[in-house]
Design a protein around this ligand. Structure first.
Ligand SMILES: [Fe+2]
Length: 296
């Protein structure tokens, strides 16, 4: 079998055929996938009915895996291994979470545009999301091309935002949907982290906006002005011409580069099972130079 890459519209997403993610990959194939994602930002693999272990093995071809940030409350029982982010609507016994369950309400924050782990000092590199069980309708994931968003900003705006440093925390994104049910020890662990607003994507050398709903403040700017600027930039970056909507089939695996894309989940019937599992390839360096990072 030979791996092939098919660009899909818009041009920042591609489908990969001729590959079986249950099997170990040779170096040439890993390198071809790396080249493809450096160009496209989002890769779609169909018909990959893989186990959690196989997903982790495939993901480790691209770097170390993040461990999931556990809900910090002591009574939380995880459903999956520490290297698997549970993007489902299920509890630890595989039952659908009630509509008012705190875990479900918190996870609804994933319906806002974001970049995974931008609330960590070293944000994520790649995410790999595997669809195990999908609802009959809805539940799509949308991706926005942040390199195209940068390229199409007016020059005056480029000059204005270059060098800006934002602060990111899940407290900001959850507050946007009215979720504020945090324990004091959780708030303490979610202190805002600094991230540059414009970064250079290492895989392509292109500049990219680094936006996320976790961003809620810009250093040196009053909050209302900063929040409005961030809203304007997200509105610009998520115009339909920059967005790819992935309509899931069971067995799909989608890999994306968080350094040059944003994504969001779309609604679905909360009484149906949606079992998605994510592995996350960790970044290696903060986006902000250390002296700035410490000057919070
Ligand atoms: Fe996400």
């Amino acid at each position: 079998m030979t791996m092939t890459v098919h660009p899909i519209a818009p041009e920042f997403a591609a489908e990969i055929d001729g590959i079986d993610l249950r099997e170990p990959l040779d170096k040439a194939t890993v390198s071809a996938i790396s080249d493809a994602i450096n160009h496209a930002g989002v890769l779609v693999f169909h018909g990959q009915f893989i186990t959690d272990e196989q997903q982790q093995t495939f993901s480790r071809n691209f770097g170390d895996l993040e461990t999931t940030v556990r809900a910090f409350r002591k009574d939380f029982v995880p459903r999956l291994d520490v290297h698997m982010a549970d993007i489902s609507n299920l509890d630890e016994t595989n039952r659908i979470l009630p509509k008012n369950d705190r875990r479900r309400l918190n996870a609804l924050g994933n319906r806002l545009w974001h970049s995974d782990s931008s609330f960590k000092r070293i944000p994520a590199r790649f995410s790999l999301l595997s669809a195990r069980v999908i609802p009959g309708e809805g539940g799509e994931t949308q991706f926005a091309d942040m390199r195209a968003a940068w390229d199409t900003l007016p020059e005056a705006m480029k000059r204005r935002v270059e060098g800006m440093i934002c602060e990111h925390t899940q407290l900001f994104s959850r507050a946007k949907i009215g979720f504020t049910d945090w324990a004091p020890e959780e708030i303490e662990k979610m202190a805002p982290v600094p991230q540059v607003l414009v970064r250079t994507h290492p895989g392509s050398g292109r500049k990219s906006l680094f936006l996320s709903s976790h961003a809620g403040r810009i250093r040196g700017m009053e909050d209302p002005e900063a929040k409005l600027l961030l809203m304007d930039l997200i509105e610009h970056a998520t115009q339909p011409r920059f967005v790819y909507t992935h309509r899931w089939k069971a067995g799909d695996l989608v890999m994306w580069d968080n350094r040059c894309t944003m994504h969001r989940a779309r609604r679905f019937d909360a009484t149906e099972v949606r079992d998605m599992r994510r592995t996350t390839v960790a970044g290696t360096t903060p986006t902000v130079a250390q002296p700035y990072a410490e000057a919070a």
